[in-house]
Each structure stands twice: as C-alpha cells, then as structure tokens.
Design a protein. Structure first.
Length: 163
C-alpha cells in the first residue's frame, strides 16, 4: 500500500478516537450566534474543513505547476522549431558556400590557363625576329623588349586583367 494512504488512515483513526472520547456537549459562540453541540462533531467538522482547505491549496499548486509545464513545453517546442529552421538555413548556406568555392576555383583555373597562354605567346613573340619597317632600324624583338619594360612597371595582376 501507499505510505501516504496509510498515514491518512492513521490520522483519521486518531481523530475519530479523540472525538469519541470528547463527546460531551459544549457551547460554541461565533459573532452573534451561540450553539450547544457535541465536541465530537466540532472536532470532526474542523478536521473536514482543514482537509478541504488543504486539498484546495494542493489543487491550486498542481494547477500552477501544470500551467508552468505547459508553458515550458510550448517554449521547448518553439525552440525546437527555431533550431530546425536554423539548421536548414545552415545547410543551405553551406551548399551555397561550396558552390561559390567551386566557382572561385574555376575562375582561378581559367586565369592560370590564360596567364600561361599569354606567357607562351610572349615567349614566341620574343623568339620570332621580324623585319623592321622601311627607314627603321628596330626589329620586332626590340619593340617587344620595350613593351616588356613598360609592362614591368605594372603589377602582376594588372597584366592578367588588361588582356
């Protein structure tokens, strides 16, 4: 059996014995009223009223706790929903980030290829002598060397983007 139930039964037994042993009539006064009644009835009525008040307090506490639990459950559910939304946003952003990284790598690869082609074109141009126009003593190689001197003043990156 439940220990609480046993405690309640023991308390009721003690109150019952006390009420029976004190069953003499007594005069009860309350405000303007006076009544002659058995002490046993007064004792039992006081115990019943005390139990009702205790039960009401217990019910009110339970209702308050239930309200708090419902509020906490609602807050938890809202937090879980927000967490799922944030996780979905995170997955979407990670996918977008990966796509952007791929695009950057593709641009780097194309820039590297373009730079290599440009360098090989410059090497070919330097190696190929051409005839100077009439009345000029310069060769194509001299013109390229002069262009290289001008390009050396430009930054490494501006060479790639001026092409």
């Amino acid at each position: 059996m439940n220990i609480r139930f046993i405690g309640i039964l023991a308390s009721l037994l003690v109150v019952g014995i006390f009420a029976v042993q004190n069953s003499a009539a007594t005069s009860i006064r309350f405000l303007f009223y006076e009544i002659n009644i058995s002490k046993a009835i007064v004792i039992i009525a006081a115990v019943v009223i005390g139990c009702i008040i205790g039960l009401m307090v217990s019910v009110l506490k339970t209702l308050k706790k239930n309200k708090e639990v419902k509020s906490a459950t609602k807050e938890y559910n809202n937090s879980q929903m927000k967490l799922r939304e944030l996780e979905e946003d995170n997955r979407r952003l990670e996918a977008s980030n990966a796509k952007i990284k791929e695009e950057i790598e593709e641009v780097k690869r194309k820039a590297s290829e373009a730079a290599a082609q440009a360098m090989s074109a410059v090497e070919v141009a330097k190696a190929t002598p051409t005839e100077a126009p009439a009345g000029s003593s310069e060769t194509r190689g001299d013109a390229i060397a002069e262009a290289d001197q001008k390009d050396s003043s430009k930054s490494k990156w501006s060479k790639f983007f001026d092409m």
